[in-house]
Design a protein around this ligand. Structure first.
Ligand code: 8YV
Length: 313
């Protein structure tokens, strides 16, 4: 007998969906809204497993509409959209995909950092317009030897720090508590780190505790020569304050892969030329997405085989 699996509509790639359909009796769970509510009211019972992503998550309300739920397998490392205490209380296990995306996200942080500091997007447009050599191209900012502040020295943050050594950058970080054994200086406040840093990379886990960790004051401290790079969650940065600072050139620039109400990106941000914007593609390489997909499958297989999940939250 094949097990049944609910799949969050719009969440997984067609290839991963096909691989799950080979293994399970699947059904799409509509996106949040009236259609989903109606589906759950009529068909919420009997689903032991659901596959979803970090972006959709599983909150207490969804879990309570699925009274037989026992396992959630999420494509992604972020857990900010999961009500872990409520799920744990019901004995529901959550599988996710940590570690396999560290390199891809750290690479994107550096891609944004270099794109900003070396004006890569502008340079590309400059050449395409035929402005070379008739017009001067503006000066850029050197990366080597600069100070890199990392907000969130976790799995991905540590890889960002490793990348930084190749650029001869000095690294400090801010976490709520110092990381035991870390060779880097811990700054007790995000503001203190921003004051010190030339580049501030945000890679803290999202969620209520980290909401607006990067305040107006933190941006003020980063200053007119400082760059902000956010590859974690839009909610970690006060986006309205960020827009103000960028518009008034009170910080030098921002590289953003995530936004407060993504996929909506404020028009004000899109108008600015001191930003580089990306559509939440931190983990979006073939190699990484394949490894994440495999982990989603492995977590489900382990659950149905009665084994511990390879990656349980
Ligand atoms: C993905 C992410 O974009 O892992 C995360 O937490 O935000 C990203 O890797 C997402 O999970 C896929 O939709």
């Amino acid at each position: 007998m094949r097990h049944r699996l609910l799949i969050q509509e719009g969440a997984l790639s067609p290839t991963l969906q096909a691989r799950l359909q080979e293994r399970y009796e699947t059904q799409q769970l509509p996106r949040p809204g009236a259609e989903r509510d109606a589906f759950l009211a009529a068909n919420g019972k009997g689903w032991e497993a659901i596959a979803t992503t970090a972006g959709y998550g599983c909150d207490a309300q969804l879990a309570s509409s699925l009274p037989d739920l026992k396992v959630v397998s999420s494509f992604g490392v972020g857990l900010d959209k999961f009500d872990l205490p409520a799920l744990a209380e019901r004995g529901i296990v959550v599988g996710y995909t940590p570690d396999v995306l560290n390199d891809a996200v750290a690479d994107l942080a550096f891609a944004l950092l270099l794109a900003l500091s070396r004006r890569i997007v502008e340079a590309d447009a400059f050449v395409r317009r035929g402005d070379w050599p008739s017009k001067p191209f503006p000066m850029a900012t050197q990366v080597a030897g600069k100070k890199l502040g990392i907000v969130g020295l976790g799995r991905i943050g540590s890889v960002v720090a490793r990348r930084a050594s190749g650029f001869d950058m000095e690294v400090r970080y801010h976490n709520r508590n110092p990381v035991a054994g870390s060779p880097f200086v811990h700054e007790p406040t995000a503001r203190g780190l921003a004051r010190w840093a030339d580049f501030l990379v945000i890679i803290a886990a999202g969620g209520p505790q980290a909401r607006h960790l990067v305040t107006r004051e933190v941006l003020e401290a980063l200053g007119p020569r400082g760059y902000l790079i956010n590859v974690s969650r839009g909610s970690v940065v006060d986006e309205a304050a960020l827009i103000d600072h960028l518009q008034q050139k009170r910080i030098a620039g921002a590289g953003l892969d995530v936004f407060e109400t993504e996929p909506q990106v404020p028009e004000a941000l899109r108008q600015l030329d001191n930003v580089v914007l990306a559509p939440h593609i931190g983990s979006q390489t073939e190699e990484t997405r394949e490894a994440m997909a495999q982990r989603v499958i492995d977590n489900l297989e382990a659950y149905f085989a009665g084994r511990a999940l390879p990656s349980a939250a």
